[in-house]
Design a protein around this ligand. Structure first.
Ligand SMILES: [Fe+2]
Length: 326
């Protein structure tokens, strides 16, 4: 009964947020960074789910145009998986077309999601081939594996991937070993480390309840079998930001935790888990808006997360976080 009431309240509040979003959203704040000496400024979105529908292409373009117009040019745009709806080549082509003519940021970082592992033939190897090919076509980045790392303004970004075509992830022992080595190397810089993984750690951000309605297994909606191993590796280091998508929940802040059943940003003071809303789909949970994501402003002693609908050009200041670095 409590679960039912909580869901009902969440639905009502979400509906209200649609009606009053122009009031609660901040259309007026500009797109300059919040403070001087910003060392890294990037946007992160997830779950574009591109199909052949031009409406989806245009929804993405609204956001790209917004990012491109930022007063302080973004150092990067990070895409946290499910770029396509079924991993089909025609959908990758539409995604490429959407980016054509736009420069939303100096760099693009593209991560794979479970929907990108499917394809018209249900062949993972083909999905992997598409991911590597279109990563180069869209971002200009040449990668050998579906998981890779890169460096922007001296900060390390580690991008994880699944190596099979199921809904949860499969992260091989080889990838786990690679992750351990990459984390050790990144930690030598004594800077925050950004890890992009479409799937959250199991049982975070309200999982498994936030993944569906009925018959949820405890680890549903998360990485799955290798979740504990990934978590152990990441939590061995300080100032780690794990950026995920997959759940399709809207923004939810600390004061809404009891109502919505989750918070978008979970932190133990050193490991910070950031779950991005779905860019393309609305949700019954949390703040309803599409075209949403966070910007990350990285300073010497803190990281500021700002929630925005990039498609509407609106900041949602109720969902901003300032995270002190240790
Ligand atoms: Fe998705």
């Amino acid at each position: 009964m409590i679960t039912f009431i909580r869901k009902l309240v969440a639905i009502i509040l979400s509906a209200l947020s649609i009606c009053f979003s122009p009031i609660f959203g901040d259309f007026t704040a500009d797109t300059t960074v919040q403070k001087d000496n910003c060392k890294l400024n990037f946007a992160a979105i997830s779950d574009i789910h591109m199909t052949e529908e031009t409406a989806r292409r245009d929804m993405l373009r609204f956001g790209l145009e917004d990012m491109q117009s930022f007063s302080d040019e973004l150092d990067a745009l990070l895409l946290a998986g499910d770029l396509t709806d079924h991993g089909e080549e025609s959908e990758w082509e539409m995604l490429k077309e959407a980016f054509s003519g736009y420069t939303p940021a100096k760099n693009l970082i593209i991560a794979q999601g479970n929907h990108d592992t499917w394809t018209e033939d249900d062949k993972y190897d083909l999905a992997r081939t598409y991911f590597i090919k279109y990563n180069k076509d869209i971002s200009g980045r040449e990668i050998e594996n579906e998981y890779y790392s890169t460096e922007i303004n001296g900060y390390t970004f580690i991008v994880l991937a699944s190596e099979t075509d199921r809904t949860s992830a499969y992260i091989s022992d080889a990838q786990l070993s690679w992750l351990s080595a990459e984390m050790a190397k990144a930690a030598e810089k004594d800077l925050p480390i950004f890890v992009v993984c479409h799937w959250p750690i199991n049982q975070t951000h309200g999982l498994p309840e936030t993944w569906g309605e009925d018959d949820m297994e405890p680890d549903d909606g998360g990485i799955g079998d290798q979740s504990a191993k990934v978590e152990e590796i990441l939590k061995s280091y300080e100032n780690v930001f794990m950026i995920t998508g997959h759940i399709h929940s809207g923004f939810s802040n600390d004061s809404q935790k009891n109502t919505n059943g989750y918070v978008s940003v979970e932190s133990d003071g050193s490991f910070h888990s950031v779950n991005l809303p779905s860019y393309m789909y609305l949700t019954i949970r949390g703040r309803i808006a599409n075209g949403t994501g966070f910007t990350f402003e990285v300073y010497e002693n803190e990281v500021i997360l700002r929630a925005r609908s990039f498609s509407a050009g609106v900041w949602y200041t109720d969902y901003n976080w300032t995270i002190e670095l240790v």
